[in-house]
Design a protein around this ligand. Structure first.
Ligand SMILES: Cc1cc2nc3c(=O)[nH]c(=O)nc-3n(C[C@H](O)[C@H](O)[C@H](O)COP(=O)(O)OP(=O)(O)OC[C@H]3O[C@@H](n4cnc5c(N)ncnc54)[C@H](O)[C@@H]3O)c2cc1C
Length: 455
């Protein structure tokens, strides 16, 4: 193992921790990637047990001028958990559901709580946490906050930023803060504090009160109607709050932490708003298309129907499941050889209303003329169809490709080479077809599978 000047100091740090810190080659290798194509060997990987450990690690990083990379499940797609500093894995010891408040419909969790596991606990209370990534079985709520994650249900339940109410975190000097909704007088009190927290409130207030800054943010940030938009820090959300607008919600820095990818603070607890469980009956329409372009054009009219989910399976993924014994029974609804399928889901507690909504959707689809077949699905048929779509990115990730422009090391070790695409995180449905056509032109001769989009 190559020695690093800080390794002896890490031994001292380790001795101060209730948890542990590792810097052997295996740990460096295991934590050198996330689910993205990026790779960097970290200096070390810490498994902190409690806030004191985190404060020791922060002090060490400050003293030696090295970065900290918080991490939960590491399913980030853009290298958020990759870096040369210390990876701080909070998935091992920050795993408690701290409080459920069924009267206020809120839950407070540590960052290492899994999204699906939380929903299992909440189900008997008729409550659930809405944002639903394809990785919901694995991903953890600290990471969902860090990435402002959304997913299949975002058109109904929004993104993680919409759900966060308060965040307990440690700042870069190790101080503990709670970011939550603040009235004007509370902002003043905070801004008067002679601490880093006070400095944050002072600077944000000063910067965001400036009309020129506000104008710049309003002009340059993406449309607020596109709620799946992660384009840097969410300053556009802050200026829509009081005191910067008279009718906005209360100023709440926890909204800024959503999507900040672990760069502003280390989260130790999060309070989220919950939803009543979704209506119990669902119906699905599986639209079949002769081109991906037609599928993307069809999104605009069908979105008028208050869908619960609207998901694409393209030919690349469909072909991966052809002849695969595990997916044979899931392909029962496919007619012909579609270039793309859109799965549109409606829900209602009343089956008759649901059937009538489905008919209306079918009428819109028939009138628009984009698809060549529309297959209605009910009950367990829906789960089977969804399983095809869920398999998608895993199958794509294991594709051996010809037009490769990046090679994730995790796959390379198995001899696989992947074509990694892009995630369109800030475009409206009305632009999908145009942007996809443009990107296809930019990469002639390459092949790929568009995956997972939401409004
Ligand atoms: C197959 C696949 C499908 C996906 N589908 C979707 C999808 O449908 N929708 C979607 O939005 N995303 C999707 N993603 C991306 C990713 O799964 C999600 O963003 C997920 O919520 C990340 O959770 P995680 O626990 O893996 O977080 P990580 O990747 O571990 O971390 C995410 C970010 O949060 C930060 N972070 C973690 N813990 C803390 C903490 N305690 N304090 C401060 N910062 C912290 C990290 O530094 C990082 O920047 C997908 C990824 C894959 C591989």
């Amino acid at each position: 193992m190559q020695s690093h000047p800080l390794h002896s100091k890490l031994t001292t740090l380790n001795s101060k921790l209730a948890g542990t810190i590792k810097w052997d080659r295996l740990h460096q290798y295991l934590y050198s990637t996330d689910a993205s194509v990026y790779k960097r060997n970290p200096l070390a990987v810490a498994f902190p047990k409690g806030k004191n450990d985190l404060q020791e690690i922060i002090a060490f990083a400050q003293q030696h001028k090295i970065g900290l990379i918080p991490r939960t499940a590491g399913t980030s797609l853009a290298g958020q958990c990759v870096g040369e500093g210390i990876v701080v894995d909070v998935s091992k010891h920050f795993t408690e559901i701290l409080k459920i408040d069924p009267k206020q419909n809120t839950v407070t969790v540590q960052p290492g709580v899994n999204r699906d596991a939380l929903n299992q606990v909440l189900a008997p209370l008729d409550l659930f946490f809405g944002p639903n990534t394809s990785t919901s079985q694995y991903c953890l709520l600290g990471g969902m906050l860090g990435n402002n994650s959304s997913g299949t249900t975002s058109i109904r339940y929004g993104v993680t930023r919409d759900k966060v109410i308060a965040v307990e975190a440690l700042l870069s000097d190790g101080s503990e803060v709670v970011f939550k909704p603040c009235t004007a007088s509370e902002i003043k009190e905070k801004a008067a504090l002679p601490t880093l927290e006070g400095e944050i409130y002072r600077q944000l207030e000063e910067m965001l009160s400036d009309p020129k800054t506000q104008e710049g943010i309003r002009n340059e940030f993406p449309e607020a109607s596109i709620h799946r938009r992660n384009t840097g820090y969410a300053l556009d959300v802050l200026i829509d709050q009081r005191p910067f607008t008279s009718d906005g919600s209360l100023f709440n820095i926890s909204k800024l932490l959503a999507g900040s990818e672990g760069t502003l603070a280390i989260t130790t607890a999060i309070t989220f708003a919950l939803e009543p469980l979704p209506p119990k009956h669902s119906a699905m329409l599986a639209l079949h298309f002769k081109s991906i372009h037609d599928a993307m054009n069809a999104v605009v009219p069908v979105m008028e129907h208050h869908l619960y989910t609207c998901e694409l399976i393209d030919k690349t993924i469909l072909d991966c499941t052809k002849g695969h014994p595990g997916f044979k029974e899931h392909r029962f609804f496919i007619q012909g050889d579609p270039k793309a399928i859109l799965l549109l889901e409606l829900r209602n507690n009343d089956k008759e209303i649901l059937a009538s909504d489905l008919q209306k959707l079918e009428a819109t689809v028939a009138a628009s003329g984009w698809s060549y077949a529309a297959v209605p699905l009910w009950d367990e048929a829906i789960d089977k169809a969804n399983a095809l779509r869920h398999a998608g990115l895993g199958l794509l990730g294991n594709m051996i490709g010809a037009g490769v422009f990046m090679m994730p090391s995790t796959l390379a070790s198995f001899g696989g080479i992947s074509i990694i695409g892009w995630i369109a995180s800030s475009i409206g449905a009305f632009l999908l077809a145009k942007i996809f056509a443009h990107l296809s032109k930019m990469m002639p001769g390459t092949d790929g599978g568009p995956y997972a989009y939401s409004k």
